[in-house]
Design a protein around this ligand. Structure first.
Ligand code: UTP
Length: 297
């Protein structure tokens, strides 16, 4: 039987250069979509999937993240006294159980694979999830939950996969698929950031993974891949042909690349329009802006 996945790694040690100057002082994961930081969406998704241990791989300048997960007793009592029960509920829903979060440092930004490897001692000998908070996924059933359910059937390693336009493949890890079983894909190859003409498909890997401890062992070899970084994709790809194998899940939902400015703005708009308290005003504003632009053309 496949072991239940209860640990998730959140690699948040990157420098977030695409959001400079904001990320000079604020970690990218604290930037907000409407009123929730990116990291909160990632935590909520992990919790929905049954994760109970949350491992953050951080770096210098990320202390705002640790503060974010502290309790805020002064704030809570102020809201309580002033009868702001709705806000109090929202605030309390972000509280984490004592001891559920661990922070580990990646001392040098040697790549995503290296960041995950830094968490090896906290992961131990069991399957674990990796969530990149940059990828925000709006879905009826949260993406990691879809993966945990599929993984219970397949075991092995699983990555979240989505179709991307041909000209964008070189920005992703790309799958070579051997077999399609509904939404589950049996993978026979994986290439990180291939040139468009060398990409085996248009199925890109995005920031959700369920991995075996063997991948940590592979990472321990410290092989540099694309961009001179220690790539997670390469350590997963090394499992092709092993008894564990690799599966892709074409998840249901809409993914926003909040590591890019365009993706972040699109997510802000989509999440704003999904909020009943904001929808009408925002929609009216967007329609006015679009009409004014059209008139000016
Ligand atoms: P990105 O490639 O988006 O890099 O990392 P970044 O530093 O976050 O952002 P830019 O490109 O400079 O704007 C993808 C994920 O991997 C983590 C990042 O924190 C992010 O969650 N990461 C990347 C690490 O934790 N360590 C690394 O050495 C590299």
């Amino acid at each position: 039987m496949t072991r239940r996945v209860t640990k998730a790694v959140f690699p948040v040690a990157g420098m977030g250069t695409r959001f400079l100057p904001a990320t000079k002082a604020v970690p990218k994961e604290i930037l907000t979509l409407v009123d929730r930081p990116l990291i909160q969406y990632a935590i909520d998704e992990a919790r929905a999937a049954g994760i109970t241990e949350f491992i953050f791989v951080t770096s210098r300048g990320k202390s705002a993240l640790e503060d974010y997960f502290d309790l805020a007793p002064e704030l809570e009592s102020k809201l309580e006294k002033s009868g702001k029960t709705e806000l109090l509920e929202i605030l309390r829903s972000t509280n984490m159980e004592s001891g559920a979060i661990a922070y580990i440092r990646q001392h040098q930004a040697l790549g995503l694979g290296h960041a995950v490897w830094c968490a090896r001692r906290l992961i131990g000998d069991e399957p674990f999830a990796v969530i990149l908070p940059d990828d925000v996924i709006s879905a009826e059933v949260p993406c990691l939950q879809q993966m945990v359910e599929a993984h219970a059937e397949t075991g092995g390693n699983m990555v979240a996969a989505m179709e991307v336009p041909r000209e964008k493949v070189s920005a992703y890890g790309v799958l070579d698929v051997a077999e399609v079983r509904g939404r589950v894909l049996k993978v026979r190859g994986m290439v990180e950031k291939p040139p468009v003409d060398k990409a085996p498909s248009q199925l890109a890997v995005i920031g959700r993974y369920i991995l075996t401890p063997k991948v940590l062992e592979n990472l321990g070899q410290m092989r540099k891949g694309a961009g001179g970084e220690i790539q997670l994709t390469d350590a997963i790809a090394a499992e092709i042909g092993s008894s564990d194998g690799i599966y892709g899940l074409r998840f249901q939902g809409q993914r926003f690349d909040c590591g890019s400015k365009a993706g972040f703005l699109q997510a802000t708009l989509a999440f704003g329009l999904a909020r009943p308290d904001l929808r009408d005003d925002l929609m009216e504003f967007v329609e006015d802006v679009v009409a004014a632009r059209r008139a000016a053309q």
